[in-house]
Design a protein around this ligand. Structure first.
Ligand SMILES: [Fe+2]
Length: 570
């Protein structure tokens, strides 16, 4: 039995479940090379089918999510979606006549409308039409509500039997969050949080006012906040923006009014401080809400999904809550993960199965021969075949000597992070190589930190790690132990925290590389950043990888059993 999950909004994508097992998931951006793609995910769907050797007519169950008014409108008129995409990503010049109030009124009024009579039927018809264009025949189309899809993604992949399930994002289907419980295999919603009270929209607005792109640069706001001098919550000008009473969250202002107040406050202060206040407000509000929810439902294991939980510093506050015993954040927490969330929920509805496990390596992979064929005759590249073990120790040697290198192995990661299959790696204690990597390849803003991958067995010695959850997916911040701060110089933020990936048996080639690094340097830790060109999605195919290698003049790449040296590399 196959269930195909489809998401055709912000960071569109597809996922495939076969006989109760997730076999493929990917996002459209990796195919179209447009970050956070919004178009109908024809390429991801085709890749999912081809992975399982299926024709569209073989699929009997399709699941999709979100039928609110604006989403439905954009399904009928895709030009709306495309224009907003170009505008939001600042791919167009700022319009000469830009009446900000008018546009915000339009945006905020429209997106706060949830599901209205007829919107689900129209959405259903549009999605069916798109699928029939692709050759789909007789399929049942299941609609899953937005926050239910988020909740399912976290609950059913967490491996937990009994947990509190919290979802929080900007807005989806008229809500900005939900609180559910997972117990005896049953996912039950206990509470919904209406869109007006969205902490996600608050953070989006802060991002926008700071001159960054909303729904994309929120992580930069979090990083920038660390550069402010700290101050007490009582002095925070946003402290009364949100109220948490029990498990009720309420916002003081409407979205429009809030934007206005935030803009006026931002006038008064440096942007680091503005970011700090927003981050502090988010952490305080989330901490209180989740703490109260744990008490109310008497559950101390918490699983989380929704774009807000991309904020690893807020996640750290949640992890440190006294009552909390275990945590899990769904690795593809934003809307990019709801194709899978939706498919999981449909599968649960049909079969009752509520435990699916999770591997991040759900995208496409390529053989050594395919890769070798691609570069045959290319005189600018020198190629050498190596066994996986040779690959790992050779890469470790180059890293130890102060080089950065590209590491492309196995199946592409699902989610925003590169987790050792499409990564660029370097020493974790070398500021020079970090600078070089930044200038030639990553071009990150000065306040954005890089992150480490480390052997799972070393997490306790490097981090103030409390084993409330093994972090395989870079979803949590930890304090670095004082004695280890030299070792993590190039992967630690200015406040002494890091967002690590803890590597174990789930990725053997990468684990071997880290073991090789440990043999040479004494510590199994490296700098791991995503394999992409600045502003573009992570590479998907060997051809993408070679293009990035050449355009950035990167010298070394390990790809599917080949060691490639770029003769023009620097
Ligand atoms: Fe969402």
């Amino acid at each position: 039995m196959y269930i195909l999950g489809v998401w055709d909004g912000h960071d569109a994508g597809a996922a495939l479940i076969e006989d109760g097992e997730v076999v493929f998931a990917a996002n459209e951006e990796r195919f179209t090379r447009r970050k956070l793609e919004v178009k109908f995910p024809v390429n991801s769907i085709a890749a999912a089918l081809s992975h399982a050797n299926l024709k569209p007519s073989d699929i009997e169950d399709v699941s999709f999510t979100t039928t609110e008014f604006t989403k439905t409108l954009s399904r009928v008129f895709p030009a709306i979606k495309e224009n907003y995409y170009q505008f939001r990503r600042r791919k167009m010049l700022k319009p000469r006549v830009w009446d900000i109030k008018h546009n915000h009124w339009l945006k905020y009024t429209m997106t706060s409308i949830g599901i209205v009579p007829g919107s689900t039927a129209v959405s259903r018809a549009q999605v069916s039409r798109e699928l029939r264009h692709m050759g789909f025949g007789n399929f049942k189309l299941d609609v899953v509500e937005h926050h239910t899809a988020h909740a399912a993604s976290a609950a059913f992949t967490s491996g937990m039997k009994r947990a509190l399930v919290v979802t929080l994002d900007g807005v989806g289907d008229g809500l900005c969050g939900s609180i559910s419980t997972l117990e005896n295999g049953k996912l039950e919603r206990r509470q919904a949080i209406r869109s007006r009270d969205s902490v996600g929209i608050f953070y989006e607005q802060v991002t926008n006012i700071l001159g960054m792109r909303e729904q994309e640069d929120e992580g930069k706001v979090m990083a920038m906040a660390c550069y402010s001098y700290p101050f007490q919550y009582e002095e925070n000008k946003f402290r009364d923006f949100f109220k948490v009473e029990g498990t009720q969250l309420s916002a003081k202002y409407s979205w429009l009014k809030q934007y206005d107040v935030l803009s006026r406050i931002s006038w008064q202060m440096p942007r680091e401080q503005f970011a700090y206040m927003a981050q502090q407000t988010l952490e305080y509000t989330l901490g209180k809400l989740i703490s109260n929810a744990m008490d109310r439902y008497n559950m101390h294991d918490v699983v989380l999904a929704g774009g807000i939980f991309a904020n690893v510093k807020a996640n750290m506050v949640i992890r440190n809550l006294e009552q909390l015993k275990h945590w899990y954040v769904f690795p593809h927490m934003g809307d990019g993960g709801i194709a899978l969330g939706s498919a999981l929920y449909t599968s649960y509805r049909k079969t009752g199965k509520s435990d699916y496990g999770f591997s991040a390596y759900l995208g496409d992979g390529y053989s050594t021969d395919e890769t070798a064929e691609l570069i045959r005759g290319d005189r600018s590249l020198a190629v050498q075949k190596e066994t996986p073990m040779e690959n790992a120790s050779h890469a470790a040697e180059l890293i130890d000597k102060g080089n950065y290198l590209m590491w492309f192995q196995g199946r592409m990661e699902y989610g925003p992070r590169a987790l050792g299959d499409r990564s660029i790696l370097a020493r974790s204690d070398d500021e020079d190589v970090k600078e070089k990597l930044n200038i030639h390849v990553k071009k990150r803003e000065w306040f954005q930190p890089f992150c480490p991958s480390m052997l799972e067995s070393e997490a306790g010695s490097i981090l103030e790690y409390d084993s409330k959850g093994v972090d395989k997916f870079m979803t949590m911040a930890y304090r670095v132990r004082h004695g280890k701060r030299d070792l993590t110089r190039s992967v630690m933020h200015i406040d002494g925290t890091a967002r690590p990936q803890m590597v174990g048996e789930e990725n053997r080639p990468y684990q071997e590389l880290l073991k090789g690094v440990k043999k040479r340097t004494g510590a199994g830790v490296v700098l791991n950043t995503s394999f992409n060109l600045h502003g573009f999605p992570i590479v998907r195919t060997p051809q993408d990888a070679i293009d990035v290698m050449k355009s950035t003049k990167t010298k070394y790449m390990f790809i599917n059993g080949l060691f490639i040296t770029n003769r023009a590399g620097v």
